[in-house]
Design a binder for this molecule. Sequence first.
Ligand SMILES: [Fe+2]
Length: 239
Amino acid sequence: MVTGRFERVRAVVEAIAGMLRTAAAEPGDTALAAQRTLDRLQTTALSRDAFTDRPPRSADRHQPLLTQAVDQMQSPLLLPLQRALRAAIDDLVWAEDQMKYYAADADVGLGYRNGNLHTLLIGPGACGFEHADFTLGFFLLHPHTLYRDHAHPAPETYLNLSSRSGWRFGQSGWRDLGPGSLVYNPSMAPHATRSYEQPFFSVFSWLEDIAQPCVVLPRDDWTEIEADLEAMKGHGITG
Ligand SMILES: [Fe+2]
C-alpha cells in the first residue's frame, strides 16, 4: 500500500499510543502516567486535516547516532514503533535544543549543549499535529553524556527506547532502566539522565503547563560523573 507523509507520521503516533496502552494496563505506578499521557493524546486532533505537514529536516551531524538509536530498539515490545519510525524518519523535523527549553545562560553543560536532538510529533510548531499545551516527541542524547539535574513545571513522561539508560530522581541514587520502561516526573520534580555506550533515546511528553522553561538544579557531583562517562569512551566499559 502506498502511503504518504500523513499516514507515516500518524503511524508513529499510533505505535506510541499502543505502547502507552500496554503500559497503562500493567500493574505499578507508571500505569497512571501512561494513562495521563493517553488522556492528553485524546485531546489532540490526529486527522488528515490537522496534519501540519512541515518541511522535513534531517538530523545532520546526529544522523549516525539517530540510526544507531533506532537500531538498538530490539526489544519485541519496541518493534512496532521501530518499524513505524524507520518508515517516517525522513518525514520529521529533527532539531537541536538551541536552549529553547532553558534560559540562555543555564548551566546545562557541554554534554547536553552539543549532544541533544529531538523532534516534536505533537505540540506547538510540531511536524505532526498542533497542540497548544501538550507535547509528544522523540529525544536523543549522545552516548556517555550526563543530562544534568533539572526540573520544570510541566509533568513529564519518558518512554525509554534505549537498551539501558541511567536515571536519578531527587536525592536518590542512580539506577538503570531498560527498554520499554516508563518514567514519570511530576511538576518540578528534580531528575537527571545519563547515557552509556549507546545513545539515550526516548519518547518524551510534557502533559501540560508547557510554556515554562526548565531550571537546572546544581549538584556537586556533575564534574565527577562527567569525567567517569568521558573515561568510558573507547574502552568498551558499559558503566
Ligand atoms: Fe525533564
